[in-house]
Design a protein around this ligand. Structure first.
Ligand SMILES: [Zn+2]
Length: 245
């Protein structure tokens, strides 16, 4: 018993820090952390956590048309997005170089922040005829941001038919963070002309600018103009054993 009493204050310290973070609200509003996200989307948030998908030993998709690796393209897009958001938000890069970060560690990292959103950046791969951006979300409070990001990426794409729309899917980076979170697929590396487009740095800049505009609009207007909120889903956090991500 005596040992337990001695350990207790040590254990309590990190939880105190966490509870401060979880109830933090910025001066102009924003949402504190919430494990389910069954609420309206955020307005007035000040922090954007930018996650460059894959990295290190995990290259992600590799284009057979250009040889480019998803992990390099997402890192470049993340840095471009960070520079586009500079001045409007505090931005945090979840990885700033070519390192591997486990998905659960990415979630833990995002959960340190309140009054923030998480944007995870990826590029897609699939059958060779499919192209266009696609946005994944799961939480109700992420729907508005997902709609805005998808619209912005589709309008940045020069192909009229290039819009794969929204997909509501329970992934570790769409279900498990305690803050609004979306996973963006900026186009298909498996499509010959789209992969060449994505290989062009100026197109990635256009894409970053479009996504930054969507994030800014969400912070300014909340969910206004993004359509009705989806129904809450009561499903447990996503586990590594669920499905490939
Ligand atoms: Zn990916």
């Amino acid at each position: 018993m005596a040992t337990l009493f001695r350990i207790a204050p040590l254990l309590a310290a990190p939880f105190l820090l966490l509870s401060c973070a979880s109830s933090s609200r910025g001066p102009s509003g924003g949402l504190p952390r919430d494990e389910w996200g069954h609420r309206a989307g955020p307005e007035g948030f000040q922090t954007v956590i930018i996650d460059a998908g894959h990295g290190g030993k995990d290259p992600g998709a590799v284009s057979r048309h250009t040889g480019q690796r998803e992990k390099d393209l997402t890192l470049d897009l993340a840095k471009k997005l960070q520079s586009e958001l500079r001045g409007s938000f505090r931005t945090v890069l979840l990885r700033g170089d070519d390192t591997f970060v486990d998905l659960d560690d990415r979630v833990d990292f995002a959960n340190r922040y309140g009054n923030a959103v998480l944007v995870s950046l990826h590029f897609n791969s699939g059958p060779s005829h499919i192209r266009g951006p696609e946005t994944y979300y799961w939480r109700v409070d992420s729907h508005g941001l997902a709609v805005r990001c998808q619209r912005a990426m589709a309008s940045a794409s020069p192909a009229e038919s290039a819009n794969r729309g929204l997909v509501r899917r329970r992934l570790r980076l769409t279900r498990n963070p305690d803050i609004p979170c979306v996973l963006l697929e900026g186009g298909y590396l498996s499509h010959s002309s789209e992969s060449r487009l994505i290989a062009d740095s100026s197109y990635r800049r256009t894409l970053a600018r479009a996504i930054a505009g969507a994030i800014r609009d969400q912070s300014k207007h909340g969910d206004a103009g993004t359509g009705p909120l989806p129904a809450p889903l009561w499903e447990p956090p996503s586990r590594p054993t669920d499905a490939p991500e």
